[in-house]
Each structure stands twice: as C-alpha cells, then as structure tokens.
Design a protein around this ligand. Structure first.
Ligand SMILES: Cc1ncc(COP(=O)(O)O)c(C=O)c1O
Length: 455
C-alpha cells in the first residue's frame, strides 16, 4: 500500500492508501504482496473490457510500433486510422458514416459539443450554442465536461470556470418513474434558453458511474426525439463507457427510441491497452461541414495515432472473432438475474439494474426502504473496502450531496470473464453486501437518531 507520505505522486485522495497492482492476467490482478483480486470493474474504470495480458493485442501494438508508432493527423494519415474508421462505422448504428479519433472520453465529449456547434454555424444558425443535459451524470474532468453535469458537489471549486448549461433531473423511480417529469423539465429548459439558441441535448444513453446502469423510460426518449424534430437541436450520446459492446450492443444508443446524431466513445475501444476515443458522426452532420466551410480542425497530438488505432483494430477483431457482443448480451441478462437473486432479502438493496455487463446496485436506508442512506455511514466506501478484503474489485459512489442519488455500486466485469469467474464475483459481492448491511443495521439500531438524507 502507498500513502501520501510515501510517494512523489500527487494522489487523487491524500487520505487514501493505494494498493500497488503489479500484474494482471485475464480477470485477475495481483498486488505487490502477491494477493490476487477478481477485477469486476474491468481495470477499475471499465476500460479493460477484454481482461489483462492479451497477447494478441500486445502483439498488434508491437507490430505497429515496429512499422510506425506515430504521425500526427493534421497533415498525414495512416492505414491503421483509415481502417479503424471504416470498421467502426460498420458496427455503428445505422446512418453513422464518419469517425474522428481522439485520446480520451473527455476529448470525445468535448469534440461532440464542438461539432454540434459547428453543425449549426455551418447551416447559418449561429445563435445555437446552449447545451441541455441531465444533472446526475459524469462526462469527464475537463472544464466543459464538468459543466455538462449539473452536480455542484462534483464541480467543487471550479464553478467559476464552467460555462453555464441547463440541466434536467434524472427520471429515476425516485423522481420520475414515467419519464414525463424530465420531459416537462426539458420543455422548461428549452423555454428558458429560447429553443432557437439550443445546440444539443447531451446525455449517456445508459449511465455508467453516476447512476449505474440506469436508462430513462421509453417515454422520455420518444419525447426527446419529438422535441429534436420540433426545435432542431442535435442529440449527442456519451458512450464513453457503453460504446464497443459494454451493454450487449456495439453501441447502446442503437437501443433507445431516439437515435443520436453524434456518439462519443472511448474506453472499450482501447480495452485498457492504449488511450483512444472516437467521435462517430451521422451523415447529415458530416454533410453540414462538407457543404459549408469544409473545416473541422481542432485536435490533440495523439489523435488517430497509428499505435492507438492498431490496438483499436485488434480490439474489434477480438470482439468479432469471439462473439463478445452476443456473449455480453446473452450472458449479461442471466448475470443480472444471478446478482439480483444473490442480493435478495437484503433490505438495504433497493434496486439491481443491468444492461449487458454494465450492472448497478443502489442502496437505501433499510428503515424505510426509500430514503438515501445517511452520508456519515459511508456505505459506498465500506462496500469497496469489504469487497477488496474479499479479493474483489468493484466501484461504489456516494453522490448524496447532489441529491439525485445515494450510495450505489458498479459491477462491470471484462467481457471475457468465464462462467466460473462470474459466479465467484457474484458470490464475493453478495458476501460483501451482506457483511456491510449487517454493520449498517447494527449502527442504525444503536443510534436510531441517525437521520436519513433528503428523499
Ligand atoms: C460516462 C463517461 N463519460 C466520460 C468519461 C471521461 O472519460 P476519460 O476519463 O477517458 O476522459 C468517463 C470516465 O469515466 C465516463 O465514465
């Protein structure tokens, strides 16, 4: 374990002790003391979708680096970038015809906002710039992506730097089970902005860390599509996590009642072997640039690099040759049932959700099965600690202070996890949650005055 006194790294949390992971093989990682952990979070961030130590991907990277590791895409292109763009649009939802490569999810999200704005300017609607998005979301740590979430708790001291965007509450069971309240909020936001100034609606089709595995009800998506038709904004999907197979489809956006105009994706495209993201563009958006200035030029040094794109190609190869999208779709449906059954009868567990291998568990106060748990109980953090003691890596969050969600855990294994390994992950996780729930019950009984957070 490394703590802030024993490192020259500027850690994310100075009071946290960080385990040192020295190697990984398949869905197992090993720390410096030789302890092994089942990685039910695909490398912690859901990026390592194919597990660790894949020789096919390492070999593809090595072969590309031997030939040509790097050239910049501003004045040069390379075969790996060209082929990856072709292969990615082949698996993208219908109508997507172009791809631009970037180096991270935040880059892809920022570029999606820039492209939406460019689309309107190219078409002579320069007043359109505002972006409306759900408040309970995570889109990255850069200024624009932080602004795209409506969570002051996450934005911290950076508020003064963030552009002002309009937000709507999530239509979860707590706030809006039908999706109508979110649509009403969207109408209000459109009214407040003036619909002619709105460039885009920006969201995750299925949430990752902010509301694990949650997607709004169909009514919301239908209403969003109607409003796009009426008001002329674009719909942008953050598929940084959900893209490239995570939810049992190549892209989760293909499963909603509202087809997006631009998709931003990242993590699974590099599968944890390189930093790569992509913007996928529907033909009509591309056409606006093609008929207009014919320029969409901003980018980063590593965008479209041969090395990163060669890994992206090897990832797509593996996904296709091992039928991993189908595996995640079919096995994910059973995994959800298994997780749900294993957590059955624990009053603190309010909901077990899932799409493919993106599963989420939300916890509530067991005294009324409804309120968010008191923050001081640190249930999310205790789940992660107890899981780690049991040799399991999961990721929990506690965004209570923003009021839209409480303690919740993400469970997102690599697509290559075997049935036995999935069973072991579920069993260790159920043991973890039972252990923490017992402690929480005891503490609430000993201190009945502990108050629940806001409903
Ligand atoms: C849904 C979502 N969008 C965007 C991002 C930001 O991606 P990156 O960390 O690659 O910039 C993340 C990262 O966790 C994410 O989960």
């Amino acid at each position: 374990m490394v703590d802030s006194a024993g490192t020259r790294v500027l850690p994310l949390e100075l009071d946290r002790r960080y385990p040192v992971i020295v190697r990984g093989q398949g869905v197992w990682v090993e720390d410096a003391d030789g302890r092994r952990y089942l990685d039910a979070m695909s490398g912690g961030s859901m990026a390592a979708t194919l597990g660790h130590g894949r020789t096919d991907i390492i070999e593809a990277a090595r072969a590309q680096a031997d030939r040509l590791s790097y050239v910049h895409n501003e004045r040069l292109t390379n075969p790996a970038q060209e082929r990856l763009a072709r292969e990615l649009v082949e698996v993208a939802p219908e109508g997507f015809t172009r791809a631009r490569f970037v180096a991270s999810g935040s880059d892809a999200n920022e570029m999606a906002v820039q492209l939406a704005r460019s689309y309107h300017v190219e078409r002579g609607e320069a007043d359109r710039w505002q972006v409306i998005s759900p408040a309970q979301a995570y889109h990255g740590p850069t200024m624009e992506t932080l602004a795209l979430t409506g969570r002051p708790g996450l934005q911290g001291p950076f508020g003064p730097y963030l552009p002002h965007h309009l937000h709507i509450p999530p239509s979860t069971w707590r706030f809006d089970p039908t999706g109508q309240a979110a649509l009403d909020a969207l109408d209000e936001a459109l009214e407040e902005a003036g619909p002619g100034t709105v460039s885009a609606f920006f969201c995750e089709p299925i949430s990752a860390a902010a509301l694990p595995a949650y997607t709004p009800p169909p009514r919301f998506w239908e209403g969003l599509a109607e409003r796009r038709e009426r008001h002329g904004f674009l719909v942008l999907f953050d598929e940084v996590v959900t893209g490239v197979g995570r939810t049992g489809r190549w892209f989760a956006g293909a499963g909603t009642e509202c087809a997006p105009d631009i998709i931003a994706t990242a993590k699974g495209l590099g599968a944890g072997y390189v930093a790569i993201g992509a913007l996928l563009v529907r033909e009509h958006v591309y056409e606006a640039v093609a008929r207009g200035s014919r320029h969409f030029t901003l980018g980063h040094t590593w965008d479209g690099s041969p090395l990163a794109c060669a890994v992206g190609l090897a990832v797509l190869d593996a996904m296709r040759s091992e039928d991993l999208v189908e595996r995640v779709r079919d096995r994910g449906a059973r995994l959800l049932k298994e997780l749900d059954a294993a957590l059955g009868g624990i009053p603190m567990v309010r909901e077990v959700r899932g799409h493919g291998y993106l599963l989420g568990v939300s916890f509530v106060d067991p005294r009324d099965s409804d309120s968010l748990l008191p923050r001081e109980l640190r249930v999310g953090a205790r789940i992660d600690e107890a899981a780690f003691e049991r040799g399991l890596i999961v990721l929990s969050t506690q965004p209570t202070r923003d009021g839209y969600a409480g303690d919740q855990t993400l469970f997102a294994p690599p697509f290559t996890t075997t049935d036995d390994e999935l069973a072991e992950m579920v069993s260790r996780f159920a043991d973890t949650v039972r252990h923490v729930a017992e402690g929480v019950d005891r503490e609430l009984a000993a201190h009945p005055a502990t108050t629940g957070a806001e409903r």
